[in-house]
Design a binder for this molecule. Structure first.
Ligand SMILES: *[C@@H]1O[C@H](CO)[C@@H](O)[C@H](O)[C@H]1NC(C)=O
Ligand SMILES: *[C@@H]1O[C@H](CO)[C@@H](O)[C@H](O)[C@H]1NC(C)=O
Ligand SMILES: *[C@@H]1O[C@H](CO)[C@@H](O)[C@H](O)[C@H]1NC(C)=O
Ligand SMILES: *[C@@H]1O[C@H](CO)[C@@H](O)[C@H](O)[C@H]1NC(C)=O
Length: 346
């Protein structure tokens, strides 16, 4: 057990209890999966989904060839080998493989039967033809070279159904739909896998493009009209609204922040044409200038101060003068700063 030999034995044991069979070492153990794409070529993948911890090298052999040979066509991701493209393969013998880490240590030794790892290409050219009595015939094509080895899954539903109906067809490229309503709109899909006569597999192909039959759905033209009319019109309206909003904001802005007037006259003129006469340069009339000049004289206000023994200081604003005289033996009560609430009520 790899787990028990690991330094984190306790954690390993715990993990073993929780998920027996899962590798519990710090680095996830590499695993190779090979898929034969439509019988054309094989891709063996160990790191395209999850970044591998080593720059592995890949060796494989078939029973007949038996001598391991290194991958000649690596697929790389971020500079690391993550998969191998193999064009020379043997479907009918088991395939052996090694994954060596960067130190040349073999970390994975696997075997598999490629015949169970064939993934057919997706079906295409789905065609629907009318039969009598509201029956339909669906036909399709497959890119896979041995159609006798295929099983197909047909999925269809009308626009009134919520769930798809499913039908499986072995070794045939047509399917008869028992009863359809021409008032409805039907959608069909087909996918394929190698059937039980040829393989033990669940590797389905990609699903075909959809095929349609029945009354034309209103949604595609409606969608088209939305695209061609509503969207441009809507954007135009939004633009207009934005412009209006902008204008309104501009007006508010002008009210809030009146523009600083540009000086209408050049400063140069002050010194050339007006010889430094500022009031003339500024356009203020002689009379106005006169009014600015002080034309009155205030009487000199004589402030007299009585001696402390005499009583008040004439110019003092404070009614209780403390500037002169001996301090009062008792301190004055603190002056009321706020009006007396009792005085307010009377
Ligand atoms: C990984 O190995 C391949 C050759 O198998 C080499 O081309 C690639 O540069 C190596 N990447 C790193 C990161 O060492
Ligand atoms: C890698 O794996 C191959 C094939 O299993 C083996 O012969 C070889 O010794 C291993 N190490 C190196 C460094 O190639
Ligand atoms: C698909 O079917 C149509 C008519 O049934 C045919 O004209 C067309 O060539 C077919 N396409 C392919 C790729 O076979
Ligand atoms: C098949 O039937 C549908 C619905 O009744 C009709 O719209 C369509 O034209 C028919 N196609 C042929 C080839 O008769």
């Amino acid at each position: 057990m790899r787990v028990l030999g690991h330094p984190g034995t306790l954690l390993g044991l715990l993990l073993l209890l929780v998920a027996p069979g899962e590798p519990a070492t710090g680095s996830p153990q590499a695993k190779v999966d090979c898929i034969c794409h439509n019988g054309d070529y094989v891709i063996c993948d160990w790191g395209s989904q999850q970044k591998p911890v080593h720059n592995y090298s890949f060796y494989f052999w078939f029973e007949l060839l038996s001598k391991p040979s290194e991958c000649k066509d690596y697929i790389q991701k971020d500079g690391l080998n993550v998969a191998c493209h193999i064009s020379n393969y043997d479907l009918f013998n088991s395939m052996g493989m090694h994954l060596n880490d960067s130190q040349g240590q073999t970390v994975v030794h696997q075997e598999l039967r490629l015949s169970n790892r064939v993934r057919p290409g997706r079906p295409f050219n789905l065609t629907l033809s009318n039969l009598s009595n509201h029956q339909l015939l669906l036909t399709w094509k497959t890119p896979y070279e041995i159609p006798e080895c295929l099983e197909h899954l047909i999925r269809y539903k009308s626009n009134k159904d919520t769930e798809f109906m499913e039908h499986s067809i072995v070794n045939s490229l047509k399917f008869q739909i028992p009863s359809v309503d021409p008032e409805k709109r039907y959608t069909f899909y087909v996918k394929s896998k190698r059937n039980n006569n040829c393989a033990t597999t669940d590797l389905w192909s990609e699903e075909s493009e959809p095929a349609f039959w029945g009354k034309e759905d209103m949604s595609p033209p409606l969608l088209a009209s939305i695209k061609t009319i509503v969207i441009p019109l809507g954007s135009f309206l939004i633009l207009i609204l934005l412009l209006l909003a902008l204008l309104r904001m501009e007006r508010v802005w002008v009210v809030l922040m009146p523009r600083i007037p540009n000086p209408s006259k050049k400063f140069e003129d002050l010194f050339t044409a007006y010889q430094g006469n500022f009031s003339e340069w500024a356009g203020v009339s002689k009379d106005d200038v006169e009014t600015f000049k002080p034309n009155y004289y205030e009487d000199i206000c004589a402030i007299t101060e009585l001696l402390p023994s005499g009583g008040y200081l004439s110019a003092s604003s404070e009614p209780t003068a403390k500037s002169g005289g001996p301090p009062d033996p008792l301190p004055d009560p603190p002056p009321k700063t706020s009006p007396d609430p009792a005085a307010l009520t009377t």
